[in-house]
Design a protein around this ligand. Structure first.
Ligand code: ITT
Length: 194
Protein backbone atom coordinates (compact mmCIF):
# COMPACT_ATOMS: atom_id res chain seq x y z
CA UNK A 1 0.00 0.00 0.00
CA UNK A 2 1.03 3.61 -0.44
CA UNK A 3 1.58 6.50 1.93
CA UNK A 4 2.42 10.10 1.08
CA UNK A 5 5.37 11.73 2.83
CA UNK A 6 4.40 15.39 3.07
CA UNK A 7 7.73 17.20 3.08
CA UNK A 8 9.70 19.43 0.74
CA UNK A 9 12.95 18.63 2.58
CA UNK A 10 15.06 16.20 0.50
CA UNK A 11 17.06 15.12 3.59
CA UNK A 12 13.88 14.01 5.34
CA UNK A 13 12.80 12.09 2.22
CA UNK A 14 16.13 10.26 2.22
CA UNK A 15 16.05 9.45 5.94
CA UNK A 16 12.43 8.30 5.97
CA UNK A 17 13.05 6.25 2.82
CA UNK A 18 15.80 4.32 4.63
CA UNK A 19 13.93 4.05 7.95
CA UNK A 20 10.71 2.78 6.34
CA UNK A 21 12.58 0.39 4.02
CA UNK A 22 14.26 -1.19 7.06
CA UNK A 23 11.00 -1.95 8.88
CA UNK A 24 8.15 -1.83 6.34
CA UNK A 25 9.63 -2.71 2.92
CA UNK A 26 6.11 -3.43 1.65
CA UNK A 27 5.06 0.19 2.20
CA UNK A 28 5.52 2.44 -0.82
CA UNK A 29 6.41 5.96 0.29
CA UNK A 30 5.51 8.53 -2.34
CA UNK A 31 6.62 12.15 -2.41
CA UNK A 32 4.39 15.19 -2.23
CA UNK A 33 4.71 18.15 -4.57
CA UNK A 34 1.30 19.72 -3.97
CA UNK A 35 0.62 23.09 -2.39
CA UNK A 36 2.64 23.84 0.75
CA UNK A 37 0.35 24.98 3.57
CA UNK A 38 1.28 27.84 5.91
CA UNK A 39 3.04 26.31 8.93
CA UNK A 40 1.76 28.71 11.55
CA UNK A 41 1.46 26.32 14.48
CA UNK A 42 3.38 26.95 17.67
CA UNK A 43 4.02 23.28 18.45
CA UNK A 44 5.61 20.45 16.48
CA UNK A 45 2.28 18.59 16.62
CA UNK A 46 0.28 21.47 15.17
CA UNK A 47 2.69 21.94 12.28
CA UNK A 48 2.96 18.22 11.54
CA UNK A 49 -0.85 17.99 11.43
CA UNK A 50 -1.12 21.05 9.16
CA UNK A 51 1.27 19.43 6.65
CA UNK A 52 -0.22 15.92 6.82
CA UNK A 53 -3.82 17.15 6.53
CA UNK A 54 -2.99 19.23 3.45
CA UNK A 55 -1.29 16.30 1.73
CA UNK A 56 -4.06 13.82 2.62
CA UNK A 57 -6.71 16.23 1.33
CA UNK A 58 -4.79 16.92 -1.87
CA UNK A 59 -3.88 13.31 -2.73
CA UNK A 60 -6.69 11.27 -1.15
CA UNK A 61 -3.98 8.98 0.28
CA UNK A 62 -2.87 8.41 3.87
CA UNK A 63 -0.24 11.03 4.58
CA UNK A 64 2.50 11.47 7.16
CA UNK A 65 4.46 14.63 7.89
CA UNK A 66 7.43 15.27 10.15
CA UNK A 67 7.87 18.53 12.00
CA UNK A 68 11.19 18.59 13.74
CA UNK A 69 13.90 20.69 15.29
CA UNK A 70 16.40 21.09 18.07
CA UNK A 71 15.37 22.15 21.58
CA UNK A 72 18.11 23.57 23.81
CA UNK A 73 17.36 23.36 27.53
CA UNK A 74 19.15 26.54 28.61
CA UNK A 75 17.20 28.44 25.92
CA UNK A 76 13.89 27.17 27.27
CA UNK A 77 13.38 24.77 24.35
CA UNK A 78 14.34 27.13 21.52
CA UNK A 79 14.92 27.05 18.58
CA UNK A 80 12.22 24.32 18.66
CA UNK A 81 9.62 24.87 15.94
CA UNK A 82 11.71 27.79 14.64
CA UNK A 83 14.78 25.62 13.93
CA UNK A 84 14.50 25.91 10.13
CA UNK A 85 14.80 29.71 10.20
CA UNK A 86 16.54 30.48 13.50
CA UNK A 87 19.01 32.87 11.85
CA UNK A 88 16.24 34.45 9.80
CA UNK A 89 17.13 32.71 6.57
CA UNK A 90 14.98 29.71 5.92
CA UNK A 91 16.95 26.61 4.83
CA UNK A 92 20.30 28.25 5.73
CA UNK A 93 21.60 25.48 7.96
CA UNK A 94 25.08 26.84 8.63
CA UNK A 95 23.88 30.31 9.70
CA UNK A 96 21.29 28.66 11.93
CA UNK A 97 23.75 26.57 13.90
CA UNK A 98 26.38 29.31 14.00
CA UNK A 99 23.88 31.61 15.68
CA UNK A 100 23.02 28.85 18.13
CA UNK A 101 26.71 28.28 19.01
CA UNK A 102 27.09 32.06 19.56
CA UNK A 103 24.11 32.11 21.89
CA UNK A 104 25.64 29.25 23.90
CA UNK A 105 29.18 30.67 23.92
CA UNK A 106 29.15 31.43 27.67
CA UNK A 107 27.45 28.20 28.62
CA UNK A 108 29.69 25.33 29.70
CA UNK A 109 28.91 21.69 30.28
CA UNK A 110 26.84 20.28 31.93
CA UNK A 111 24.44 23.02 30.82
CA UNK A 112 24.65 22.46 27.05
CA UNK A 113 22.02 19.73 26.94
CA UNK A 114 19.64 19.61 23.97
CA UNK A 115 17.21 17.30 22.23
CA UNK A 116 16.41 16.66 18.62
CA UNK A 117 12.63 16.27 18.33
CA UNK A 118 10.69 14.63 15.50
CA UNK A 119 6.91 14.74 15.64
CA UNK A 120 5.12 12.75 12.95
CA UNK A 121 1.44 13.23 12.14
CA UNK A 122 -0.44 10.48 10.30
CA UNK A 123 -3.69 11.50 8.62
CA UNK A 124 -5.97 8.98 6.89
CA UNK A 125 -8.45 10.70 4.54
CA UNK A 126 -11.89 10.57 6.10
CA UNK A 127 -10.39 8.60 8.98
CA UNK A 128 -8.19 8.86 11.97
CA UNK A 129 -5.37 11.21 12.89
CA UNK A 130 -2.36 10.24 15.01
CA UNK A 131 0.60 12.15 16.37
CA UNK A 132 3.79 10.54 17.71
CA UNK A 133 7.09 11.99 18.88
CA UNK A 134 10.67 10.76 19.00
CA UNK A 135 13.42 12.40 21.08
CA UNK A 136 17.20 12.09 20.65
CA UNK A 137 19.11 13.50 23.63
CA UNK A 138 22.56 15.03 23.58
CA UNK A 139 24.62 18.19 24.00
CA UNK A 140 25.63 21.14 21.85
CA UNK A 141 29.22 20.92 20.63
CA UNK A 142 31.42 24.04 20.86
CA UNK A 143 32.44 23.83 17.18
CA UNK A 144 30.92 22.06 14.16
CA UNK A 145 32.31 18.70 13.02
CA UNK A 146 31.38 16.19 10.33
CA UNK A 147 29.92 16.36 6.84
CA UNK A 148 27.00 13.93 6.91
CA UNK A 149 23.35 14.62 7.62
CA UNK A 150 21.88 18.13 7.48
CA UNK A 151 20.75 21.10 9.54
CA UNK A 152 22.13 21.09 13.09
CA UNK A 153 23.83 17.67 12.81
CA UNK A 154 27.39 19.13 12.84
CA UNK A 155 26.84 20.75 16.28
CA UNK A 156 24.83 18.01 18.02
CA UNK A 157 26.62 15.43 20.18
CA UNK A 158 24.12 12.60 20.75
CA UNK A 159 24.47 10.84 24.11
CA UNK A 160 24.78 7.52 22.27
CA UNK A 161 27.45 8.47 19.71
CA UNK A 162 30.75 8.14 21.65
CA UNK A 163 31.59 11.84 21.42
CA UNK A 164 30.93 12.13 17.68
CA UNK A 165 28.52 14.70 16.31
CA UNK A 166 25.44 13.52 14.42
CA UNK A 167 27.19 14.68 11.23
CA UNK A 168 30.06 12.29 11.98
CA UNK A 169 27.71 9.31 12.05
CA UNK A 170 27.03 7.34 8.88
CA UNK A 171 23.51 7.57 7.51
CA UNK A 172 22.88 4.03 8.73
CA UNK A 173 24.09 4.88 12.25
CA UNK A 174 21.94 8.02 12.43
CA UNK A 175 18.86 6.27 11.04
CA UNK A 176 19.17 3.49 13.62
CA UNK A 177 18.81 5.84 16.60
CA UNK A 178 17.72 9.34 15.56
CA UNK A 179 14.65 11.26 16.77
CA UNK A 180 13.13 10.47 13.36
CA UNK A 181 13.79 6.73 13.76
CA UNK A 182 12.31 6.80 17.28
CA UNK A 183 9.19 8.61 16.08
CA UNK A 184 8.75 6.13 13.26
CA UNK A 185 9.09 3.27 15.75
CA UNK A 186 6.11 4.70 17.62
CA UNK A 187 4.22 5.16 14.35
CA UNK A 188 4.84 1.67 12.96
CA UNK A 189 2.05 -0.10 14.93
CA UNK A 190 -0.41 2.55 13.68
CA UNK A 191 0.66 1.85 10.12
CA UNK A 192 0.01 -1.86 10.49
CA UNK A 193 -3.52 -1.42 9.18
CA UNK A 194 -2.33 0.34 6.02
P1 ITT B 1 9.17 20.41 5.59
O1 ITT B 1 8.39 21.35 6.46
O2 ITT B 1 8.87 20.54 4.14
O3 ITT B 1 9.09 18.98 6.07
P2 ITT B 1 11.49 21.77 6.76
O4 ITT B 1 12.97 21.62 6.61
O5 ITT B 1 10.92 23.16 6.62
O6 ITT B 1 10.75 20.78 5.72
P3 ITT B 1 10.75 21.70 9.56
O7 ITT B 1 9.86 22.88 9.45
O8 ITT B 1 10.27 20.52 10.33
O9 ITT B 1 11.08 21.12 8.13
O10 ITT B 1 12.17 22.20 10.10
C1 ITT B 1 13.02 21.29 10.67
C2 ITT B 1 14.39 21.93 10.87
O11 ITT B 1 14.96 21.39 12.07
C3 ITT B 1 15.34 21.54 9.75
O12 ITT B 1 15.34 22.50 8.71
C4 ITT B 1 16.68 21.47 10.49
O13 ITT B 1 17.23 22.76 10.61
C5 ITT B 1 16.28 20.98 11.88
N1 ITT B 1 16.34 19.49 11.92
C6 ITT B 1 15.29 18.62 11.94
N2 ITT B 1 15.72 17.35 11.93
C7 ITT B 1 17.07 17.41 11.89
C8 ITT B 1 18.07 16.43 11.84
O14 ITT B 1 17.79 15.13 11.77
N3 ITT B 1 19.34 16.85 11.81
C9 ITT B 1 19.65 18.15 11.86
N4 ITT B 1 18.77 19.15 11.87
C10 ITT B 1 17.47 18.78 11.90
Amino acid sequence: SRIVLATHNAHKVEEFGAIVAATRPDLEVVGYDGPEPVEDGVTFAENALIKARAAAAHTGLPAMADDSGISVDVLGGSPGVFSAYWAGHRKDGVANYELLLDQLSDIADPHRTAQFVSTIALVVPGGEEHVVTGIWSGRLATAPAGGNGFGYDPVFLPDDADGRTAAELSAAEKNATSHRARAFEALAPLLAAL
